[in-house]
Design a protein around this ligand. Structure first.
Ligand SMILES: Cc1cc2nc3c(=O)[nH]c(=O)nc-3n(C[C@H](O)[C@H](O)[C@H](O)COP(=O)(O)OP(=O)(O)OC[C@H]3O[C@@H](n4cnc5c(N)ncnc54)[C@H](O)[C@@H]3O)c2cc1C
Length: 534
């Protein structure tokens, strides 16, 4: 809480080169890139960082194989390159994963034709991943016995990538590195609108925790409000070439369905793609694609029935999945870019998920539309190039603003971890050894955790059962991760509330201690706020 208090104070005291409104993936990469290159950056979000769309994705970094059907080969090539760049930059976080797709007899394309498509896809990705395989129905049944191959004409397997932890943590790590480079960021700060005068922008904001109102001054304003970009532009008097329409998607999280680490892909009864995706000790099933007018969405009984019916028809489970098996749900609306005024008549299922940036040179105003987690590194670089073009000095244009620390740093970390026998302290409920997990989550800051554990072995204890979080990690989160509500911690810094049932979290004796570490005197109030609110 100290970090947030201090940042809130700084927000009103300085004039920034750039104010970014919105801390989803687009705002986060813009902040990390600009701050590392030497701009004076501030970032605010009305919710928690990644607290809206960017916490609801399918956690996939993919080259957009499905856009091959609409012949968008340029986009597919670009997304494949973005995926490769992410995998190279974050080898512990963005990992290759196999996608096994089963095709029903009579589907609009035969499996062999689709397999040839995956080969082309593989070439377009420079052969960066393992080769695709063609699979007969018999082979699918042998490799993945939970798939119901009745009526299947076969299928194929190819590679893309996924975020091993979760999207929100991935986004937060960009916010955190932006802060390392001097960006002043704060969550739960709402922009009420911005005005431009001769010397720049003045944005009126409220601190939603204290209710205080103040202004933030900046030369340039970046609108990275995701689904709310259009609304925010109205409040700043900006007219743009693009606007958003929304496609709702949901995911249901259930106990792990198969021990194999691969994504299972099916076509639902209505022809849409849906996935069975590994998520730590659980499985995540989704997604849907439904056009909605309002980006604030929720999972409806109809959505649940659609996903459960489709999955039960395609898997051979001991017992069909029911609503009682759902551990947690995710629901969000993809902001899709359309040019001009667009309309509801757009064939939105065919709309590709590319991004667009509108720049008002005269007003020094930038709006980021659409986008994907997959393409985030390009968005960060593109935004800093544009901001330079608006006259902001970037003294370190070549600064490296993304990626895991260098290989030697990792080797040194692993060496120290081995010497203190860290992995032997891994709890039996964990899905991987401690050294791997700590390195992936914290990079070079994982050294501080080793230091804590060396000083006191109790620091390596799990505080919440099945949660894969040690006492020393929670202490570090309290210092460095601007955890403002208990939900920030349970849902976004960690994925505890996605993989542990709510009643089990509530009953966990360690949660109260975690709250004390995170919130001090406010521990009980924050605990009540979380459990009373849902
Ligand atoms: C179901 C689903 C599945 C998806 N799967 C994938 C996938 O597998 N791979 C992939 O690459 N992409 C995927 N996407 C797309 C991707 O998640 C989104 O494109 C991306 O997260 C959008 O990020 P953003 O930063 O533009 O928006 P957001 O994450 O919504 O961020 C905008 C932020 O602005 C803040 N804000 C709004 N108004 C204000 C205000 N007045 N003041 C201050 N802050 C404000 C919001 O609180 C929010 O945090 C998926 C999307 C959905 C919905």
């Amino acid at each position: 809480m100290q970090l947030r208090r201090s940042n809130i104070q700084k927000l009103s005291q300085t004039e920034y080169d750039v104010l970014i409104v919105g801390g989803g993936i687009n705002g986060a990469v813009a902040a990390a890139s600009l701050a590392a290159k030497g701009a004076k950056v501030a970032l605010i979000d009305k919710r928690d960082f990644a607290g809206f769309t960017s916490q609801q994705s399918s956690n996939l970094a993919w080259g957009g194989i499905k856009y091959m059907e609409t012949y968008e080969f340029g986009l597919v090539r670009k997304l494949c390159m973005s995926r490769n760049k992410l995998m190279r930059s974050y080898p512990s976080t963005v990992k290759e994963i196999r996608f096994l797709t089963t095709i029903k007899k009579g589907f609009r394309y035969p499996p062999l034709f689709l397999y040839l498509g995956t080969l082309l896809y593989w070439f377009m990705g420079n052969g960066f991943t393992r080769l695709p395989r063609f699979l007969s129905a018999k082979r699918i049944a042998e490799d993945e016995s939970i798939i119901n191959t009745d009526g299947s004409s076969g299928g194929f397997e190819y590679s893309d990538a996924y975020l091993y932890d979760n999207d929100a943590r991935f986004v937060f790590n960009f916010i955190r590195s932006a802060m390392n480079y001097g960006c002043v960021a704060a969550n739960y700060v709402t922009s009420l609108g911005s005005k431009r005068d001769a010397s720049g922008w003045s944005t009126q904001v409220t601190d939603d925790i204290t209710g205080d109102a103040f202004n933030i001054r900046s030369k340039v304003l970046i609108n990275a409000c995701g689904p709310f970009v259009d609304k925010q532009n109205e409040l700043a008097g900006q007219k743009t070439d693009h606007h958003h329409i929304f496609s709702k998607g949901i995911h249901l999280i259930v106990d792990r369905l198969t021990p194999n680490q691969r994504v299972l892909t099916f076509f639902a009864n209505d022809g849409r793609l849906f996935f069975v995706i590994p998520m730590g000790p659980k499985t995540c099933i989704g997604t849907t694609d439904t056009q909605v007018d309002d980006p604030v969405t929720e999972v409806t009984a109809e959505d649940r029935a659609f996903v459960l019916d489709n999955i039960n028809a395609r898997l051979l489970l001991e017992k069909p999945l029911t609503e009682n098996d759902i551990v947690a749900e995710r629901c969000g609306a993809r902001p899709l870019v359309v040019e001009g005024e667009g309309s509801g008549e757009t064939d939105w299922l065919q709309l590709s998920r590319k991004h667009a940036v509108d720049v008002n040179q005269q007003d020094q105003h930038v709006s980021i539309y659409g986008g994907k987690l997959t393409d985030c590194l390009n968005v960060g670089d593109e935004i800093s190039d544009l901001i330079k073009g608006l006259g902001i000095n970037l003294p370190y244009p070549k600064a490296r603003w993304y990626g895991e620390p260098a290989r030697q740093v990792k080797q040194e970390f692993m060496h120290q971890a081995r010497l203190m026998n860290l992995d032997a302290m891994t709890d039996s409920s964990s899905s991987e050894v401690l050294s791997q997990r700590l390195w992936r989550r914290y990079g070079a800051h994982a050294f501080d955790l080793l230091e804590s554990i060396r000083a006191n072995a109790k620091e390596a204890e799990l505080l919440i059962e099945n949660a894969e979080y040690l006492r020393c990690e929670i202490e570090q989160a309290a210092r460095r991760e601007m955890v403002t509500t208990l939900e920030d911690f349970l849902r976004r810094r960690s994925k505890i509330s996605l993989v542990v049932k709510r009643e089990d979290i509530k009953a966990s004796p360690g949660l109260k201690e975690a709250c004390e570490i995170l919130f001090g005197d406010e521990a009980e109030a924050k605990w009540n706020e979380y459990f009373d609110s849902q």
